[in-house]
Design a binder for this molecule. Structure first.
Ligand code: B16
Ligand code: MG
Length: 207
């Protein structure tokens, strides 16, 4: 039985991908190329610097380390403007209810996200206090599919990974959860998330 639940943020608790997209698209525009919504799919669950790498490849743009850092910072500045206006109403269907249900059952809850803005986002959504631990991009150095984030999250809950269930919407995240030794519930497409132990459309299905 599940003693701990570890949630990814973007795509599981809230759809921040649309704001990431707006900010990446305007960076691409300044660099002189189009960045489409389907290009953006490739950035889901991927860290900020790796996302930039993919974007630069799409545009065929070369940039040195200093230029990259400047670009990533500019993108994040715009992204933070969008998420500063996030409201609790943007929590994905069922997410809040499911978190409350788990708490009532005594299941420990952690966040396991690649985002460096995760704590700020949970605060804007008004659900920070529902998490026993937050492990995000400020605390881990190896991006998913490396298991680091989920190993750290189970450790932060004082649990064995085998007693934790990971909820993930990205293929790299599912891979990371399995590599950590957790059970994994995929959220989204059963084709893309075929390595998950089971796949659902959203947390509303579990409430
Ligand atoms: P930041 P997750 C990920 O969130 C996003 O899916 C991904 O698109 C983003 O690049 C990454 O966070 C880093 O975010 O720029 O805010 O540090 O799905 O791991 O919760
Ligand atoms: Mg995600």
């Amino acid at each position: 039985t599940m003693k701990g639940a570890i949630f990814d943020l973007d795509g599981v608790i809230v759809d921040t991908a649309k704001y990431h997209y707006l900010a990446w698209r305007s960076l691409a525009k300044r660099l002189g190329f189009e960045f489409t919504e389907s290009d953006n799919e490739r950035l889901k669950g991927v860290s900020r610097m790796e996302s930039l790498q993919i974007l630069l490849e799409v545009g065929g743009v070369e940039a040195n380390e200093a230029e990259r850092l400047e670009m990533a910072e500019a993108k994040n500045k715009e992204y933070v403007e969008y998420i500063s206006r996030l409201e609790p109403a943007e929590i994905l269907p069922g997410a809040r209810e499911y978190l409350l249900e788990l708490r009532n059952r005594g299941v420990k809850i952690a966040l396991g996200s690649a985002s460096k803005n995760a704590a700020f986002i949970l605060g804007r959504l008004g659900i920070a206090e529902l998490f026993d631990a937050v492990v995000d991009g400020t605390k881990v150095s190896k991006a998913k599919p490396d298991p680091e984030v989920f190993l750290a999250a189970s450790a932060a809950l004082g649990l064995n990974p085998a007693d934790c269930v990971v909820f993930e919407d990205a293929a790299a995240g599912v891979e990371a959860g399995k590599a950590a030794g957790c059970k994994v519930v995929g959220i989204g497409s059963a084709v893309i998330l075929r390595d998950a132990d089971c796949v659902i459309a959203g947390l509303h299905e579990l409430v």
